[in-house]
Design a protein around this ligand. Structure first.
Ligand code: SF4
Length: 435
């Protein structure tokens, strides 16, 4: 989430700070000197939010002296108390700072400002290496789904209704919402005859039927690789097999796939689930998988299925998609060398959560962050090498923002480790394809 933007301010001028607000420095100024950038401002702002303060962004005067934070100079800061510092070892210099309203009653904001600056300074001044996994961020299915909504808005105007989150990322959803998309949980919230987009995760035939009954103008943004799994589900069920779907209960993609042949499909997550399976005919069992599972964990479940049902049939190539596989392989190439892994993604993003789990299985502490503001200073204590990646639904700009912010704590060297280059592109559905 972005901070409330503060209007441009002159150093020494009063900022429009309300009680409880804390001004986080984007820049520090000192008489006659060039402005000093504060790339770690988003980190400080995130910390303040967790402390219950409301951050706004602007310019602060640099306190006299360098190094540890100190109260802003007398007479130079009418919104003091302010806490500012330069980060040792940076050239050109970078700094960080925060200040609250000059209100003696606002002790909580003053404490939050001081503690937030102190917390980040405690892990600043250290040279760090960022190991950047590649591929990372948007996959072809996510890019296509977002473009479907953008094209629908451009061609049909607002509102365009979207059933469920178009992709599992809070930033993508907020951005499309700000441009006129309306996200709904179910079709009964969509007015009769309106345009509705189905998300990248796919829907069951029941949802298509309901849309037809309500005369909705459907644009289906289901990823073609999810559609492939639906097709397999219908094919396996139609030949009389019990279809074992490996996936996570309640995930939207799983709900959609289960709906293709609900009477013939059973869901399993683990080898233990396989051991407990009851099927009508052990000679007629097929399996499918959710597209965003961990490759190693899924292999163990398939092995358990094959051990119980030697005649097991499955897809010619794995249903776990290329993007999920590539992001996991790229992360494996950096995880063991990292002291900490940061995965950019939302907590309902299956492939992002799988990346966190994978890093942990490699023995490295890992954290899922929606954006830079979620990073906590204590995670960086002792972390000189930070592994960085992003799930397939996370915008690439969020990764860049993390690198920028880390550079506000000290010198950062970035090494990108690219294990393969993705060239896959999916064409748009014909109903929204620009002519
Ligand atoms: S993660 Fe895979 S299945 Fe999901 S949208 Fe991306 S390419 Fe498609």
């Amino acid at each position: 989430m972005s901070d409330t933007a503060a209007p441009p301010t002159d150093p020494g001028a009063a900022h429009p700070l309300r009680p409880g607000s804390v001004l986080v420095a984007d820049r520090l100024v000192r008489a006659h000197d060039p402005e000093i950038a504060c790339p770690a401002a988003a980190l400080v702002a995130g910390d303040l939010r967790r402390r219950g303060a409301q951050p706004v962004r602007g310019t602060l005067p640099l306190a006299a002296g360098e190094g540890p934070p100190s109260a802003a100079p007398e007479g130079g800061d009418r919104h003091a108390p302010g806490f500012t510092a330069l980060i040792p070892g940076t050239d050109p210099p970078v700094g960080l700072g925060a200040a609250c309203a000059a209100d003696p009653a606002d002790a909580a904001a003053e404490r939050a400002a001081r503690e937030a600056v102190d917390a980040w300074l405690a892990v600043a001044g250290t040279a760090r290496t960022v190991l950047l996994a590649a591929p990372r961020s948007f996959c072809a299915g996510v890019e296509r789904a977002i473009e479907v909504v953008e094209q629908a808005l451009a061609q049909r105007g607002s509102p365009v209704y979207v059933r469920k989150q178009i992709v599992h990322n809070t930033h993508v959803v907020a951005d499309l919402e700000s441009r006129g998309a309306v996200f709904v949980d179910e079709l009964d919230a969509v007015p009769e005859g309106a345009t509705v987009v189905f998300s990248a995760h796919g829907v069951s035939p029941r949802v298509h039927q309901e849309a037809a009954e309500r005369s909705l103008r459907v644009i289906d943004a289901t990823c073609p690789l999810v559609t492939k799994v639906h097709t397999e589900a219908r094919r396996y069920a139609s030949r009389g097999d019990t279809v074992v779907l490996i996936g996570h209960a309640g995930h939207e993609e799983v709900e959609g796939t289960l709906g293709e042949a609900p009477e013939r499909t059973v869901l399993v997550e683990t080898p233990e689930d396989v051991a407990a399976l009851e099927v009508a005919d052990p000679e007629r069992v097929s399996y499918l998988t959710q597209t965003t599972l961990a490759t190693d964990e899924t292999a163990a479940v398939v092995d358990a299925l094959r051990a119980r049902f030697p005649a097991l049939r499955g897809p010619a190539s794995d249903d776990i998609c290329y993007a999920t596989t590539n992001r996991q392989d790229a992360l494996k190439s950096i995880a063991e060398e990292s002291d900490l892994v940061l995965v950019v993604g939302s907590d309902n993003s299956s492939n992002s959560v799988r990346l966190v789990e994978l890093a942990e299985r490699c023995g490295t502490p890992a954290r899922l962050i929606d954006d830079t503001g979620d990073i906590r200073p204590e995670w960086l204590a002792g972390a000189r090498t930070v592994g960085l990646t992003a799930g397939a639904s996370a915008p690439p700009g969020l990764v860049e923002a993390v690198i920028t912010a880390l550079g506000g704590l000290g010198p950062v060297t970035v090494h990108e480790r690219e294990i393969t280059r993705e060239t896959i592109h999916f064409t748009l559905p014909s109903v929204v394809r620009p002519s």
